[in-house]
Design a protein around this ligand. Structure first.
Ligand code: MN
Length: 220
């Protein structure tokens, strides 16, 4: 692409997320993997529990980190999905964190019904909540858990993933060139369910910094 000397308006600032003990991680794209845990495939009504995972994307502008996350418009069925997130640097995966793939389940269901894309259910503003990244190789096993107002809703183990992180990267790599700054949400275990304005969400993955945030009121 031709390099321009000036722009019609100021370009959007770089979107970055905090990394423990270091500089921010500048985000390029967010790849998301769906249907990567058998028990979650089952709870969504699927029967082929080893189906090839679904790939979709969210824009970097969808990132949120709390402590307050606005309840998104249009939906009446916002769901939490806790996921391990791998962060891709110049030399492969360089860090990982705890993420929530917020989902407007009612809108996603409508999109599925008409066989259309999932953006209105998945790629909305503040729909990708993420905690601080921890540098180093992501954990391949260990507890992954999400609580709402102190009640455990999702509880699983990273070892339950149908496709491991290296397998997911290979799958994504078939279709896209992974670039420095890309994040990969690796799928959610069972127990997904609704969030309401005012709910406090706490998500943890063994070996990674925890993520806590509060859903605020619906945007008018
Ligand atoms: Mn998900």
């Amino acid at each position: 692409m031709r390099k321009l000397m000036s722009y019609l308006f100021d370009p959007a600032p770089v979107i970055a997320i905090p990394v423990e003990g270091g500089a921010g991680f500048p985000v390029n794209r967010i790849f998301c993997v769906g249907q990567n845990y058998a028990d979650h495939i089952r709870e969504m009504g699927g029967t082929d529990t080893s189906v090839e995972p679904v790939l979709f994307m969210k824009p970097a502008s969808a990132l949120a980190s709390g402590p307050d996350v606005p309840y998104p418009p249009v939906t009446t069925d916002l769901h939490h999905e806790v996921e391990m997130v791998a962060a891709f640097g110049p030399d492969g995966v360089i860090a990982a964190g705890v993420g929530i793939d917020l989902t407007r389940r009612d809108l996603q269901a409508m999109a599925k019904k008409r066989g259309g894309p999932w953006e209105i259910g998945k790629a909305f503003d503040n729909g990708a909540v993420i905690g601080p990244l921890r540098p180093g190789p992501p954990p391949a096993g260990g507890a992954i858990k999400l609580s709402v107002n102190g009640t455990v809703r999702q509880e699983g183990d990273l070892g339950q993933m149908n496709r491991s992180l290296p397998e997911l990267l290979a799958l994504i790599g078939k279709y896209f060139t992974l670039l420095p700054g890309d994040l990969v949400f690796t799928g959610t275990p069972s127990g997904v369910g609704p969030l309401l304005p005012g709910d406090t969400v706490e998500a943890t993955i063994e070996g990674l910094p925890p993520l806590t945030f509060r859903m605020t009121d619906r945007k008018a």
